[in-house]
Design a protein around this ligand. Structure first.
Ligand code: ZN
Ligand code: ZN
Ligand code: FE
Length: 757
């Protein structure tokens, strides 16, 4: 190669490269490499033509990969040589108005260090300005009304920029070049403090006022990035209890915000990986093991050893947290409803909960709850994928020929849309049986397909005929692909790990509709995107009262006891039995025997509920999975014992003997932490053994773990350690939740395979 010969390269970059400061970045590095040419946005991403010495172009390509702006996500770079042109400079070419719309929208991102420095500088014109942002940080998804991603199509359109802001916005070398939410105290959004009647309580500084009221133990609704939080001083026990009472939230833990990782370390153990997750620009809530010394832990997270902490992310949070060591920052909503986003709505709907409202006038177009993460086995695992992540796509190994809409399940609903190899998720929507959540479900589909310009050709849904998402799917006049729930779980974890070859799935879950009309949930499936075989499953037992048995684990416990002991169960010397009226026992027995409103289930979640209820840990739940969570919290990690299991490891897996052994241990006075550990260990051993049987029969050495049960970290760790020890490749979730929040990914993969077939 002639190293002195001038060459010209055409470089196409796709991924999240628009609205994230990519063009000024290219401009800067191209000049640094003494290149001429231009950079431009086009429908596929960014187009560069660069000209200079070969080594300079090589350097440019290196820098693109190494130093891309923090919000950029490069999916693909394609380049080829073209004839040199006669030019003397490198330019940013303005996007033509006629150019097709941007194809990716960046997620909302935590305020960056440069902006924080300015915000804390008394000389800066944005000193203490709670809406400071730049190309590398600030709101994105939550302010976008339509595309292209340009200020007139965001909720910033009502704030004309002042001359200073305008200058920054148009200067390619400024870090606010084309930062659509760019603003300052002179021209941008402002804070207001209201009381419960929507009036200002007569204080000059809204923020200082809110701080004052929080210190007094008041409940303040605070409008943030993706919606309102309800905040109280975390160490004011009365305030915390009052919040719980007013919100109608009994046992579910509250999330916390603390100013720094160091302050969190006072209350929780924070590993390196957890610190990294906390500080990441996505700023999720990270579930952390609490130290025993947290003063009001019982009020914040009753019966739980974990606390959900997040660091401040909006500039407003940083200003607020200068005054507190920890605040409760829980989503502002009524139980199960979507998070509140509008000021008037907040006052109208929340005035019985919040004493004051710290609001602002930058409209939130799309609600986006805080994301929740747990670091397990050194990998971050998303439990709720929402703010900070949405709508950043996940990429499939294959291209979907047609655009697919997947509508998820019923609980923890999220929907997803595919275009080529990209899968875009909605934020966390919630449980669709709640009317407000259902509206949000419909709204999310419209909004997401609008801003991404994806019109689906096919809808993928759950097999459950009664799910509202399924009913919706069937009304669209589009071809529908119905997918068995646990098959979708298997496909989700395979797709996430870019595996399409047949895999053994240990799918352990609460509820899913089975093709045989029973409720599945403790399933070992062998399959791929094209289909599956039900290799093994927990022995089905009755759910007396159907969905009532989910809310009342004592019902499930009775069902398991009747199945293990027969009629003798009614005479067992157990508090669970002794404490229940005889008539109730009779009624439940009758329901089971005569099959009255008692569908059969192989659910693994219900088995956890059962053991929790038998041991008296939790007999009624106030939120989903509470009984299982408390059983996990109770266990003694040092116990390695297991129950004898001599049952089958394919087909129907009976746990009757284990139930009998648990009852015996309990009656003999063995402590609950030990029994809980033995139960967890045994269940892990059972499924590890089934996996081995499946491997012997099929030669498949790959095991996939998915389903809500894997949110039980002790169980997850124990089972995956056994599998790894036995030489399996273990596929697990990291980027999408193992619970139904990740289901839509599997639905897309399966629908796509069905369309190819
Ligand atoms: Zn910034
Ligand atoms: Zn301004
Ligand atoms: Fe599920």
């Amino acid at each position: 190669m002639d190293t002195n010969k001038i060459i010209r390269q055409k470089i196409h970059i796709n991924g999240i490269v628009q609205g994230v400061g990519f063009r000024p970045f290219i401009y800067r590095i191209a000049n640094q490499c003494h290149l001429t040419g231009f950079v431009n946005n086009n429908s596929e991403g960014v187009l560069i033509e660069a000209q200079g010495l070969p080594q300079s172009l090589k350097k440019l390509n290196e820098l693109i990969e190494k130093q891309a702006p923090p919000l950029a996500k490069i999916n693909q770079i394609k380049s080829h040589e073209i004839p040199p042109k006669n030019e003397t400079s490198f330019r940013i070419i303005k996007t033509e108005n006629t150019a097709p719309a941007s194809t990716f929208i960046a997620p909302d991102v935590c305020v960056c260090d440069d902006c924080l420095e300015e915000m804390n500088d008394p000389q800066d014109r944005r000193y203490h300005y709670p809406f400071i942002n730049c190309t590398n940080c600030g709101p994105r998804y939550t302010i976008v009304e339509s595309i292209p991603y340009d200020r007139p199509f965001t909720s910033m359109r009502v704030f004309p920029m002042c001359a200073d802001c305008e200058k920054e916005y148009h200067n390619p070398t400024d870090r606010r070049f084309h930062a659509q939410p760019n603003a300052c105290p002179k021209c941008g959004p402002q804070l207001f403090l209201w009381d419960g009647a929507g009036k200002t309580p007569g204080l000059d500084d809204p923020l200082a006022g809110a701080v004052k009221f929080l210190k007094k133990g008041k409940i303040v609704a605070i409008r943030g990035l993706g919606g309102f939080h309800l905040a109280v001083d975390a160490f004011n026990e009365n305030a915390v209890k009052e919040l719980r009472k007013r919100k109608g939230r009994q046992g579910k833990p509250f999330a916390l915000m603390a100013p720094t990782v160091e302050s969190i370390k006072k209350y929780c153990h924070v590993s390196q990986g957890e610190a990294h997750a906390l500080k990441h620009h996505t700023r999720p809530i990270v579930l952390l093991q609490a130290k025993g010394t947290v003063p009001v832990l019982k009020a914040i997270a009753p019966g739980n050893n974990f606390l959900g902490f997040m660091l401040p992310y909006a500039p407003l949070h940083f200003l607020l947290m200068e005054n507190f060591d920890a605040l409760i920052m829980t989503s502002a909503n009524f139980t199960d409803e979507p998070i509140v986003i509008k000021n008037e709505e907040a006052v109208e709907r929340l005035h019985e909960i919040a004493d004051y409202f710290l609001v602002h006038n930058r409209e939130i177009v799309q609600r986006c709850d805080d994301s929740i993460i747990r670091v397990v086995d050194n990998r971050p695992r998303l439990i709720r994928r929402s703010r900070g992540f949405v709508p950043e796509p996940l990429f499939l190994e294959v291209t979907t020929g047609k655009n697919i809409l997947a509508v998820g399940a019923e609980l923890k609903n999220t929907i997803a849309l595919s275009r080529a190899d990209a899968v875009f998720f909605s934020p966390h929507i919630g449980d669709l049986d709640n009317p407000a959540a259902y509206n949000f479900f419909e709204e999310s589909i419209t909004h997401l397909s609008g801003i991404l310009q994806i019109s689906p050709a096919v809808v993928a849904c759950d097999l459950h005929p009664e799910y509202l998402s399924t009913k919706w799917a069937k009304k669209q006049g589009l071809p529908v692909v119905e997918i068995q729930h646990h098959h979708a779980h298997l496909a989700a974890v395979m797709a996430e790990n870019k595996i399409s070859a047949p895999t053994i799935g240990l799918i352990l879950d609460g509820t899913g509709f089975g093709p045989d009309g029973t409720i599945w949930g403790g399933e070992v499936l062998i399959g791929d995107f094209n289909g599956f075989e039900r290799f093994a499953w927990l022995e089905p037992v009755a759910m007396p009262g159907s969905s009532a048995a989910i809310k009342q684990p004592w019902r499930m416990a009775l069902s398991y006891l009747f199945s293990a002991f027969g009629a003798e169960a009614a005479n067992l010397d157990l508090p669970l039995i002794k404490n229940r009226p005889v008539q109730e026992m009779d009624l439940i027995e009758k329901m089971i025997l005569k099959n009255i409103n008692s569908p059969l289930t192989s659910s693994c979640g219900r088995l956890f509920d059962t053991v929790s209820a038998i041991l008296g840990v939790c007999t009624e739940v106030t939120f989903e999975a509470e009984a299982a969570i408390q059983l996990e919290m109770a266990l003694d990690k040092k116990v390695t014992g297991v129950y004898v299991f001599d049952g089958r490891s394919s087909g129907i897996i009976s746990v009757k003997n284990i139930i009998k052994n648990i009852v015996e241990d309990f009656q003999n006075g063995l402590n609950v932490p030990t029994i809980s550990a033995k139960f967890h260990n045994t269940l892990a051993m059972i499924f590890a053994r089934v996996a081995e049987t499946a491997r012997e029969k099929t030669g498949i050495n790959r095991v996939a773990l998915s389903g809500g049960v894997y949110q039980n970290i002790y169980f997850f760790n124990t089972l995956s350690a056994l599998l790894v020890k036995n030489g399996f490749d273990v596929l697990t979730h990291s980027q999408v939740p193992a619970n139904d929040g990740g289901l839509a990914l599997g639905q897309i993969a399966i629908a796509n395979a069905a369309l190819q077939a």
